[in-house]
Design a protein around this ligand. Structure first.
Ligand code: FAD
Length: 393
């Protein structure tokens, strides 16, 4: 299997060390408890602390290519991405729009929006999903009607991560009379415009990561169209593919070493659980799946580096990660027996309920960026050329 990506030369060790030292020195301590997944702060103070951290990184020269008009040194970029992937404090908003702007934006849009994303000055969210348009996104109903040099936008979005703290939104709305994908246009939405009403949602995990966003007669300048009117589907598919490869390649936090620790600590009929055959079999199975996950990640990275990503690559990575992460969380809860019912804040909860929180969030990874069922449809239809599933009219 071709899974080779060029080794990072030893001459980059100093860059990596300096970056790690910089992160250790500047990373803020947030009021928000560290948790798995895409979690969003509850307080403006935490958001400001995150902004200041991202600014400090940027001003010290640590800038990610995906938010820049020009590409930097590829090895430095890999080191930067690896280092930041384990620092949730550096992840603010949903900046997928950067890819759309780089590929489809005008020079003015790139100059206006990319640098502030990179510096953490602007937080973005993604306004795609609607109550009846998630998997079936091309069914979206939000309308944008041309009125002189503005579009007047009306509709409702949902599951909008980070919207409560966002300065801008990457919006999809229907501008053309044509139904389905051909009628959709991508926009930059200034979230402070009159008529944008953000209503936070409280989730089972106890945090407020998502919002509903109601749009009533919002006047968006025509200069804020990304790409061409009616071309939004193409713009979107490109950014969604990026999101899926990000999820598939990501760590997600559930690791076999922590499960082994948990198995040592918990008892079964008076003996350490790690001595039970089924526990050791289960751990070995998860370790093997974890190794395969790493190989898939390397393969995707290799193909991406060579510009040879296939339509199935990112979906396979996303499905594998989502299912493995969920299996690990379920295993961790089984190890805890009745204690698995105890959650954060209960003095008897194992590790203050960290696995319970991961378990509650684990379903989200099987849905975010396109559910695993939809990913399988993509692999079957577009990757393997199998007959298409029947679709409603
Ligand atoms: C953590 C997280 C963050 C998110 N952030 C954002 C965001 O910032 N902005 C945004 O716009 N959206 C966001 N979403 C929403 C996400 O894009 C949708 O949840 C997703 O597209 C699925 O849509 P839905 O929830 O409407 O489910 P539905 O589409 O209603 O699906 C319900 C179930 O039916 C299955 N299903 C549907 N169609 C088919 C089919 N054809 N074949 C087989 N099975 C099918 C699905 O797999 C799923 O299990 C986020 C979701 C999550 C979990």
């Amino acid at each position: 299997m071709d899974v080779r990506i060029p080794e990072i030369p030893a001459s980059y060790d100093a860059y990596r060390d300096e970056l790690r030292a910089f992160i250790a020195k500047h990373v803020p301590t947030l009021e928000m408890k560290p948790r798995s997944g895409l979690r969003v702060p509850d307080t403006a103070e935490d958001v400001e602390a995150q902004r200041n951290f991202v600014r400090a990184l940027h001003d010290a020269g640590y800038r990610q290519d995906r938010f820049q008009a020009h590409d930097g040194d590829p090895f430095e970029q890999r080191i930067l991405q690896q280092a930041l992937s384990t620092v949730p404090e550096a992840a603010m908003g949903n900046p997928l729009v950067a890819g759309a702007l780089k590929l489809f934006g005008t020079d003015d849009q790139k100059a206006k929006y990319l640098p502030p994303i990179s510096r953490g000055d602007h937080i973005w969210s993604q306004l795609f999903s609607e109550p009846n348009a998630g998997s079936d996104l091309s069914n979206l109903k939000t309308r944008a009607d041309l009125d002189g040099d503005v579009y007047v936008v009306n509709g409702q979005k949902v599951w909008t991560t980070w919207a409560q703290w966002s300065d801008y939104g990457y919006l999809l709305a229907r501008t053309e009379p044509t139904p389905g994908p051909a009628g959709i246009t991508a926009f930059v939405l200034d979230m402070k415009l009159p008529g944008v009403d953000v209503r936070p949602l409280r989730e089972i995990t106890g945090t407020t990561d998502f919002n509903e966003v109601f749009l009533t007669d919002v006047r968006v300048p025509v200069t804020d169209v990304i790409g061409q009117p009616g071309n939004g589907w193409k713009v979107t598919n490109m950014s969604l593919a990026m999101e899926r490869s990000g999820i598939g390649g990501g760590g997600g936090g559930a690791v076999v070493g922590e499960l082994i620790d948990a198995a040592r600590l918990h008892n079964r009929r008076g003996r350490s659980a790690i001595e039970a055959d089924d526990v050791r079999q289960g751990l070995a199975r998860l370790a093997a799946r974890s190794r395969i996950h790493r190989a898939i990640g390397h393969k995707i990275a290799t193909r991406a580096a060579k510009g040879k990503l296939s339509v199935s690559d990112a979906p396979i990575g996303k499905i594998w990660f989502g299912e493995l992460n969920l299996a690990m969380c379920e295993f961790a809860l089984r190890l805890q027996g009745p204690r698995s019912a105890l959650t954060e804040g209960d003095p008897a909860a194992y590790l203050d309920g960290v696995w319970q929180d991961r378990f509650l969030y684990a379903r989200a990874w099987t849905i975010a960026g396109g559910s695993n069922e939809i990913m399988r449809n993509m692999i079957a239809e577009r990757g393997l050329g199998l007959p298409k599933e029947p679709r409603g009219s």
